[in-house]
Unconditional design. Sequence first.
Length: 299
Amino acid sequence: MRLNRRHFLHTATAFSLLGGRAWAATETRFEDFVIRTVSDGKLVLPIDFLMPEGADQQQIASLLQEAGVSGETYDSPLNLTLMQRGEDLILFDAGSGPDFMPTAGRLPDALAAMGIAPDQITHVLFTHAHPDHIWGVLDDFDEPIFRNAQHLINRVERDFWLDPATMETIDPSRQTFVAGARRRIETLGDRLEVFEDGDEVLPGVTALMTPGHTPGHTSFDLAGQAFVIGDAVTTPHMGFHRPDLPSGSDQNPERGAETRVSMLTRLADSGVAVVGYHLPDGGIGKVVRDGDAFAFQSA
Ligand SMILES: [Zn+2]
C-alpha cells in the first residue's frame, strides 16, 4: 500500500444528489489498481438480529454495551468496493436498490457524485445474494442497471437461492430474501456467470469461499494486496472481539464463526488491506491482533 487518503467531495453535485450531506469516499492505491468504497447508505436493524437463538444473550448484551451499542436498533453501514484497474471498473456487489429499506439504495447517487455512470461498470462480482448485496442490480423498470457489465457469482451461492427446497427450509423471516434473490438471478439470466471456489475470476482477482453467512458466501483476494471480506464479519463490536461467537446475521452461525476465526487469523498474519461491507469509516482498513482476539483498524 503506497498511499492512504480520504476524499471528501464537497461538490455541488454531491450535495444536491445526497440531500445536502457531505459525501465521503475512501480511496486506497495499490501497485496497479485503486480501490474506493462507495456507500449504499445504511441498514437500520433490530438489535436482536445480533443475538441468535441459543446464544448467551447476556454475554452478547454486555459486549454490545462495551462497544456503546444500545437501544432497540443499530445502524450498519453499506460499503461497496470499487476496483479500478486500467479500463476495468469492477464493482463488488450491487447494493440494495429502492425496495429493501428506505435508508439504503443510495449507490446510483453515490456513483454519480463520483462522476461514474452505471454503464461504465465493466464487472459486478457478488459476495453473496442477500438483499443489501444483490437487490440493487435491477433498476426501477426491472432492467439490469449495469448494462455493460459481466456479472459473476459463486456456483454454490447461485444454486442455493434457485433450489426450490430453500424456500421450504429457510427461516420464514428470510423467505423474502429467497424470492428477491431468485427474481434477480433469473432476470439477469445469461448475463450472470458462475465461478468455482478458488477460481481466478479476473486477472489477479481470486474467489475464496468464506461460508456460513450464506452457503456460498465468497471473499475476493485482490493480487495478494487487499481482501474483500464481504459479510464474513458483519459487526465490528462482536465479529473482531469474539469471532468465535455465533452471529444472528449468519444463516449457519456455527459455520460462520469457524470461517471468521480462520479468516481473521490469516488476515492479521498477512497484514493486507481489508474491505468490509458493513465495517465503519468506509470499511477499508486492517485486521490487527488485540489480546486473544482481533480488532479492525480503519485506514
Ligand atoms: Zn450484508
